[in-house]
Design a protein around this ligand. Structure first.
Ligand code: NAD
Ligand code: WQD
Length: 330
């Protein structure tokens, strides 16, 4: 089976390529390196002792996509490529709409041309906005609070409309909660190019003494200790979810939506304490005011993914904190 992975050199894509190669899929990857580095290719090869094809370029480039589909008989696509910084999307909405929407449209056009009907799409818990009822189920109402989130929601709509127009299509929408961690070898991990916005990459910078302390955004939420609660999932578990999605598409048509989370929430301070304990390192922090747009708590109902995909996350919070910080020499 030949799988085209867009954005495959990024954080989640690279861990998924490792899983794909380990499960004997052939991988063809396209990435424009706007948020990743080419050295990830060698890292993946080192972990798996397997090879895959890489095309440098943009998913918005129809000629390049056409060349890729001509040169390879693609069976399914996993579409990770996209910009993902919430704050940046508020500042530069058109950049986000242009990149994240045009890429999917171009990809779907070329897939149609080559009669490729199976696609897994990287969506996000961000499409649920603020929910009163937890855990969050897939059929909850959807609403977004920033342009990034809106690109995810509109992408879901585009894929749904395409599925209606073409009944042969099989689409799996995966709504990730909060991915953290890295490969257990320490070779592959999250490596943001700019100042991290997300909690775990920021904690790592503090652990490495690149930043003096962690800013904890609010301790007055209605949660266990007042700090924000999220559903953190190990990136290698998330990668397994994509293998399950590919298997699901082999005998299902139409569109289906799945949460990928652990089903349990942890607070910012629980993460800090666990990180300190398993890595034997101090994370100084200061409590600051709430970050605009943040919600108190968010965690997934994992039932649907368990029942229909046969997917259940296996890694613990300790694993996640350890594998986030692990170095190659461990
Ligand atoms: P990432 O930035 O590490 O990876 C995305 C990759 O896509 C990068 O390698 C980037 O260079 C590439 N890319 C972006 N636009 C491209 C384009 N037009 N053409 C070719 N390549 C392009 O991000 P990630 O954390 O691995 O996220 C992967 C996907 O999952 C994204 O769609 C993201 O929105 C979604 N997602 C991420 C999270 C998270 O917290 N990491 C949560 C929910 C959903
Ligand atoms: C987690 C918790 C913060 C940083 C975002 C996107 C979402 C998805 C995942 C892509 C919150 C607190 C954070 C810091 C802190 N991405 N925090 N200090 O906000 O749940 O989700 O990433 O789809 O769309 O919105 O994740 O890691 O930013 O924050 O106290 O320096 O950590 O307030 O409670 P979030 P996060």
């Amino acid at each position: 089976m030949n799988i085209l992975v867009t954005g495959g050199l990024g954080y989640i894509g690279s861990h998924t390529i490792v899983k794909l190669l380990e499960n004997n899929y052939n991988v063809i990857c396209i990435d424009n390196l706007c948020n990743s580095n080419e050295d990830v290719i060698e890292k993946i090869k080192k972990i798996t002792s397997k090879d895959f094809k890489f095309y440098y370029g943009d998913v918005n480039n129809k000629d390049l996509l056409t060349k890729i589909f001509k040169e390879n008989k693609i069976d399914s696509v996993i579409h990770f490529a996209g910009l993902k910084a919430v704050g940046e999307s508020v500042k530069y909405p058109l950049k986000y709409y242009k990149n994240n929407l045009n890429s999917t449209i171009t990809l779907l056009e070329v897939m149609t041309e080559f009669n490729v009907n199976k696609i897994v799409f990287s969506s996000s818990a961000t499409v649920y906005g603020k929910q009163e009822i937890l855990p969050i189920k897939e059929d909850s109402t959807l609403h977004t609070t920033n342009p990034y989130g809106t690109t995810k929601l509109v992408n879901e709509m585009i894929l749904k409309d395409e599925t209606v127009a073409n009944p042969n299509m099989s689409v799996v929408i995966l709504r990730y909660f909060n991915p953290i961690g890295g490969h257990e070898s320490g070779i592959l991990k999250e490596n943001p190019k700019d100042t991290p916005n997300n909690l775990m990459p920021y904690i790592i910078k503090v652990a490495n003494k690149e930043y003096p302390y962690l800013h904890v955004y609010g301790n007055d939420y209605d949660t266990i200790d007042g700090t924000g609660v999220r559903d953190y999932i190990h990136v290698c578990d998330l990668a397994t979810g994509h293998i399950k999605a590919l298997e699901y598409m082999n005998n299902h048509q139409g569109i289906e939506y799945f949460n990928l989370g652990v089903g349990k929430g942890y607070s910012v301070l629980e993460i800090v304490k666990t990180f300190e304990k398993v890595n034997n390192v101090k994370i100084p922090y200061k409590i600051e005011s709430r970050r605009p747009g943040d919600i108190a708590s968010c965690y997934a109902s994992t039932k649907k993914a368990e029942q229909l995909l046969g997917f259940k996350a296996t890694k613990t919070l300790e694993d996640m904190c350890k594998d986030s910080y692990r170095t190659n020499n461990d």
